[in-house]
Design a protein around this ligand. Structure first.
Ligand code: RP5
Length: 156
């Protein structure tokens, strides 16, 4: 598999890192090259725009975006790329993450974001692995082994 990142993880704030690092850990486990950047669509809109517009030419296959509160990061990225974008609503101290969930999942027609549950960074990474597995037999094999292991319960 390529050594260049195949999955990008964008995080809306350093305060969201503990949640999104769980996605990084899963990608490590599946030996999928990835990168993680803290980038707010509200505070760093130009950087987010540049990242999304160039992601495809840099060889990324999927982008995971995690943000809380008025969580527009995944939607902003999805607006600028045809790569699959997976949104992780991060549960903040207020409203229990329902605000981020609605902001991430309620995209307009034409601009989908594959949204996982609140703080469900593990599932976001697994979904990214499953997308990659379409073209990477090694990743598919590891996913099969992982699925079989789930019968004994989820082990981080
Ligand atoms: C969102 O606002 C971030 O994703 C974060 O979840 C929340 C609070 O960010 P900070 O003010 O803690 O940086 O944009």
């Amino acid at each position: 598999m390529a050594e260049e990142p195949l999955v990008g993880i964008l995080v809306g704030s350093a305060s969201d890192l503990p949640v999104l690092q769980q996605a990084g850990a899963i990608l490590e486990r599946f030996e999928i090259p990835h990168e993680i950047h803290v980038m707010s669509t509200h505070r760093n809109p130009d950087a987010v725009d540049e990242y999304a517009r160039t992601a495809e030419e840099r060889g990324l296959v999927a982008i995971i975006c995690g943000a809380g509160r008025a969580a527009h990061l995944a939607g902003s990225v999805a607006a600028r790329t045809v790569l699959p974008v997976i949104g992780v609503p991060v549960g903040a101290d207020q409203l229990g993450g329902a605000d981020a969930l609605y902001s991430t999942v309620q995209m307009p027609r034409g601009v989908p974001v594959a949204t996982v549950g609140i703080d469900a960074a593990v599932n976001a990474a697994l979904l990214a692995a499953q997308i990659l597995a379409v073209r990477e037999p090694e990743v598919r094999k590891r996913l099969h082994e992982f699925k079989e292991s789930l019968a004994e319960g989820y082990r981080p």
